[in-house]
Design a protein around this ligand. Structure first.
Ligand SMILES: [Zn+2]
Length: 444
């Protein structure tokens, strides 16, 4: 069903993706932005729905380039453990038991909380597929119910050390990806996008990685892969392939220009150079990297080399927040302390990493308030003290913003959060489902 609507939104101030502005009106038709400018110059079309965002600033909806929605269910269960103990005692213990209905519960929880934090697009890197598409579909339908834009990065996984629910053969993974991609094709509104995601060097054999990248080429989509998150993964790559992660992957039959590497904490200068030269992108998750003690990606160097980078929260049990605004702040602070240089990176760059360039990483027309982009916007309450003094809006959004100030969220021209409440799903329902599902889950 397509809803044909015209919406106009008028706010006191705006960050559009090309700087800070005073009073601003945006007009969108069928979810597509057709006009942006001073309310004196941009009229409200007759018949349009008008949202009056007085005392509020309008900013682009944030784009979460990396998440695992089911992991929100495990929040608090595996905290403060080393990476492999966290994986075995939280992830591998509970995730294989989840049904499609449980996945929908997890997605309503994770994506509902994200919307309240101003995330309008989430990329869910989805690897608990149980040899089918029922789990992925339940996750997508939950996103549709809430009204959030979703990229389902469907995993290609064949490492037999992982639970059986993660694993498929190459023909299974290819067939399931192609079926899902065909079923949800939405080239106009892009509310659902399916992209392939060979899990990692340890989760997918070289042939599986090539199969995933091949599906990406056939579908005209980018592909995602976890690389060099933990130091031991570099050692394993050297041991198995006699090459560091990027070099090992670059030697396969894959297109690095359409690769979205996830994490990259341990990329050395030669790998960062290859990523830049070959046009690859990075999904950067500083909060998760800090939480798990992974290491520090050299973001400053990657950005300087021209690599496209988008921020991600990663899963709700490895951060444990699901806010891209929070990742903007975290990215800046981590890079500054790592380089012991307060000028290592600035707020404007980090704001772009969570909006405009994150949209470019996912190859979607999102992350800016400009004609030709989808109308995904967030209202911030200028009466909230976390945004004072008001003249430094962009700095304050990155460094000082409280989530309390996020009042309204629009995705594809539709209101999905109004006055700090989800419009389409009652949080009470989500809370009851999460409590029921996780009853009895413990750390020990
Ligand atoms: Zn991940």
């Amino acid at each position: 069903m397509t809803i044909n609507t015209t919406i106009a939104i008028t706010a006191d101030r705006a960050l559009t993706g090309d700087g800070a502005h005073g009073p601003t009106r945006v007009v969108a038709e069928d979810g597509l932005i057709v006009a942006v400018g001073d309310p004196a110059a941009v009229a409200i079309p007759s018949g349009a729905t008008h949202l009056d965002w007085s005392h509020r600033a309008m900013v682009p909806g944030t784009v979460n380039t990396h998440n695992h929605s089911f992991q929100s269910l495990l929040r608090g269960i595996g905290d403060d453990l080393p990476f492999l103990a966290w994986r075995d005692r939280a992830l591998y213990r509970y995730s294989p038991k989840l049904t499609a209905h449980d996945m929908a519960t997890a997605a309503l929880f994770a994506f509902g909380e994200m919307l309240l934090h101003g995330v309008t697009t989430v990329c869910d890197f989805y690897y608990v597929n149980a040899q089918g598409n029922d789990h992925a579909s339940a996750t997508i339908e939950a996103a549709r119910r809430l009204g959030i834009r979703i990229v389902l990065a469907r995993c290609f996984y064949d490492w037999d050390g992982a639970p059986a629910a993660y694993r498929e053969t190459i023909p299974q993974a290819v067939a399931h990806f192609e079926e899902l991609h065909k079923r949800y094709r939405d080239p106009e509104r892009h509310l659902v996008t399916i992209q392939p995601a060979p899990h990692s060097q340890h989760g997918a054999t070289p042939a599986m990685i090539e199969a995933g990248a091949g599906c990406a080429a056939d579908a005209g989509e980018p592909w995602h892969i976890h690389l060099a998150e933990e130091k031991y993964q570099v050692d394993q790559s050297l041991e198995r392939f006699n090459a560091r992660p990027i070099h090992a992957v670059a030697s396969l039959q894959v297109d690095l220009a359409s690769m979205i590497a996830v994490h990259g904490c341990w990329f050395d200068a030669s790998e960062r150079q290859v990523l830049a030269e070959r046009g690859g992108s990075l999904a950067y998750c500083p909060g998760s990297n800090m939480f798990l003690g992974d290491g520090v990606t050299d973001l400053v160097d990657l950005v300087a080399r021209g690599v496209r980078v988008g921020l991600g929260t990663d899963g709700g049990c490895s951060n444990n927040r699901v806010s891209v605004f929070d990742e903007m702040r975290t990215a800046a602070l981590l890079q500054k302390v790592h380089r012991t240089d307060g000028q290592a990176i600035d707020a404007e760059t980090c704001f772009a990493l969570g909006t405009r360039t994150a949209g470019e990483v996912l190859r979607l027309p999102i992350g800016r308030i400009a004609p030709g982009y989808r109308c995904d916007v967030v209202a911030l309450d200028l009466r909230d003290p976390s945004l004072w003094p008001a003249q430094a809006l962009e700095k304050n959004v990155v460094y000082a913003l409280s989530s309390r100030a996020i009042t309204d969220v629009v995705v594809d021209g539709q209101e999905v959060v109004s006055s700090r409440r989800l419009c389409n799903v009652h949080l009470d329902e989500v809370q009851a489902r999460v409590a029921e599902l996780t009853r009895g889950w413990t750390r020990d």
